[in-house]
Ligand binder design. Structure first.
Ligand SMILES: [Fe+2]
Length: 292
């Protein structure tokens, strides 16, 4: 075993980290060492820069809590979350595509009956999202779980407001004919949290920190590929520059403006202007996923 030189260090470290019985962990660690060394050789950091990088990661960890995940935000804004999502959900083009989960999903949202509101008295313009859940043959899928979460009309998630109950989230189920109606308020575009380490880094760039307005959905049904996705508002000024690279074209939908006095899905005559969004989700069978 030779002693280290600048030239042979990468080979030495890769060889050392090859000494792992588990082949998957061996692949992960040797590749990590190779790429990390490549990065360091490329940028040739000063010792101060290297300490700054260590401090950045340390501070990023300190910000994380049960409700805030700065590392996920870092992964999202570097495009890594979308890359991992894309690799893990290579679905048919017939299926509703997936996109990032993001840092704001909260488990165990309350069950909400079809057509009922998940927004309570949150600020915002009333908005109905309706459509069907179906398979590739257009067969309606009943009792599919739709776990929905989003910002209120001021761009805030539950984790960002003082909420004693579930806020801007709920679990719906499609009816036997595959149909669903979510009643909520329209989300708006928002910036990622800028008061943490990721925000500090963005402050040194000209990169837009905004996400276009969107509603998050998690759809789950036995025998089908579980999907996590968003519906994005067509025409949003940030649709082409989503800070987390989450926008896929089939997920851009029209938020159709309706006037006072018009009927909402479900028949209620509305006393304020509102939006209606139509989207049919198409789920891929697990057997089809295997074939693909
Ligand atoms: Fe979001």
């Amino acid at each position: 075993m030779p002693f280290s030189t600048e030239e042979n260090l990468t080979d030495l470290a890769v060889e050392r980290w090859s000494n792992i019985p588990d082949p998957r962990l061996r692949k992960i660690m040797t590749s990590l060492v190779k790429h990390l060394h490549g990065w360091v050789r490329d940028i040739e950091p000063t010792e101060e820069e290297w300490i700054a990088a260590v401090n950045f990661l340390t501070e990023t960890g300190k910000i994380c809590t049960d409700k805030r995940q700065e590392f996920i935000l870092l992964s999202d804004t570097l495009g890594v979350s979308m890359l991992v999502d894309s690799i893990n959900h290579r679905l048919s083009s017939k299926a509703t595509p997936t996109t990032v989960t993001g840092p704001f999903h909260i488990h165990d949202s309350p069950e909400i009956a079809d057509g009922q509101s998940m927004s309570g008295d949150a600020p915002g313009i009333p908005c109905f999202v309706e459509g069907k859940v179906m398979d590739f043959d257009g067969k309606p899928l009943g009792n599919v779980m739709l776990d929905v979460w989003q910002t209120d009309g001021e761009g805030l998630y539950e984790a960002q407001v003082e909420a004693s109950n579930a806020y801007m989230r709920g679990i719906y189920h499609s009816k036997a004919d595959g149909s669903y109606v979510v009643r909520t308020v329209a989300p708006i575009g928002y910036t990622i949290p800028l008061d943490g380490t990721v925000g500090g880094l963005f402050g040194k760039t000209n990169i837009s920190p905004y996400r276009p307005a969107h509603i998050h959905f998690l759809l789950d049904s036995p025998g089908f590929h579980r999907i996590i996705t968003h519906l994005f508002q067509k025409g949003d000024q940030y649709i082409e520059t989503d800070v987390v690279y989450g926008v896929k074209e089939p997920l851009i939908v029209e938020f159709v403006k309706k006037k006072t006095g018009e009927k909402a899905p479900g028949g209620e005559v509305m006393t304020t202007p509102f939006y209606v969004v139509h989207y049919d989700f198409t789920l891929q069978k697990l057997s089809q996923a295997k074939a693909a």
